[in-house]
Write a protein that binds this ligand. Sequence first.
Ligand SMILES: NC(=O)c1ccc[n+]([C@@H]2O[C@H](COP(=O)([O-])OP(=O)(O)OC[C@H]3O[C@@H](n4cnc5c(N)ncnc54)[C@H](O)[C@@H]3O)[C@@H](O)[C@H]2O)c1
Length: 367
Amino acid sequence: MDQIRFGIVGAVGRGNSYVRALSAHPATAITALCDIRLEAAQQSAGEIGVDHVFADVEEMLVAGVVDAVVIGTPMQFHAPQAIAALERDIHVLCEVTAGISVEECRDLVRAARRSAAQYMMAENYAYMKNNVLVRALVERGLFGEVYYGEGAYIHELKALNEQTPWRRRWQTGVNGPTYPTHSLGPVLQWFAGQRVTAACAVGTGHHYRDPRGDAYEMEDSVTMMCRMSGGGLVQIRVDMLSERPHHMTHYALQGTEGCYESGDGFRGEARIWLRERSDQHVWEPLSNLEEFLPDYWKNPPDEALKAGHGGGDWWEVQDFVDAIRQEHPAPIGIDAAMDMTLPGLVSQASIAQGGTWVAVPDPRNWT
Ligand SMILES: NC(=O)c1ccc[n+]([C@@H]2O[C@H](COP(=O)([O-])OP(=O)(O)OC[C@H]3O[C@@H](n4cnc5c(N)ncnc54)[C@H](O)[C@@H]3O)[C@@H](O)[C@H]2O)c1
């Protein structure tokens, strides 16, 4: 197969962070950039040697210059732009979240099912080393039956809301866990074969105002409880407003045979206890178990570690390319993308109703 021709949409923002992985991959070539900031996109294209530059995604899709697109535009454009590409059988690697409403998620699922092209959601935190290792240990049965998980995205973004006003509208401008996939995504992979069947959300109230003096619609810290199809429970916290240093991630997992607590912040050591390794209830560093990492993570190339988000930005591109080449299905294909996105969307109704449980639709039933 010739090289897969990639277009990057939102090329001047987040899209730019895909350049490293796509440029290094022998099977891919970046042939087009698209951004409404045309001049900046043109400059970037000049720097990396890309011939085609567009301000309009539709123009790029009909120009016959791309086989696949990376969508790195603001959240409200993800589903419409992905649908436009899929309708033309152009493969899609799309940033999180998959969509901003249940209705447009339905449309996206329909488009993905009808398309000959691949859809994958770029949930890069699912590829971070510790998350991959915990998944490998779960798959070996070392946690026994998993029944409780936690994930948190605690990232104070008030200043960034002003620089990227779409965040003020679609992340902090809606009450509920509007950006939950970095937390829920890895935890769902640990509950393999399960999905969230119902969700409820509650918040802490409002303690901050934006520079115009308006209260954020999103409560400062929002917690979503997820009932899993196997009966277990997952707790997700999304906090983009509270004044505090950047924490980025927090995860925990409990099974009948073991448990895991991610390190706090950037430097804390991740800890694990597995009954098989110790009868005593004594933590050991997760790093002691790196022999269980999948091969691809054992000796990562330098580019992978430099690509961003602890290698996540690299590995997701490798997997997407493999899916296009039909070496394996996209690991975060349309159903998994929905499983990571829909609980956050339906729990916006929950928080509005005072925290009632709301059923999460199963996208596998959507035709
Ligand atoms: N996975 C991650 O770790 C991660 C990290 C950062 C951002 N993101 C996601 O990436 C997306 C973009 O975030 P960002 O911080 O780069 O935002 P941004 O606003 O800085 O960048 C978005 C880019 O898209 C361009 N754009 C806007 N509308 C467009 C359109 N209709 N067509 C083409 N280009 C358009 C903008 O000009 C801008 O260059 C968001 O969905 C965000 O959630 C994910």
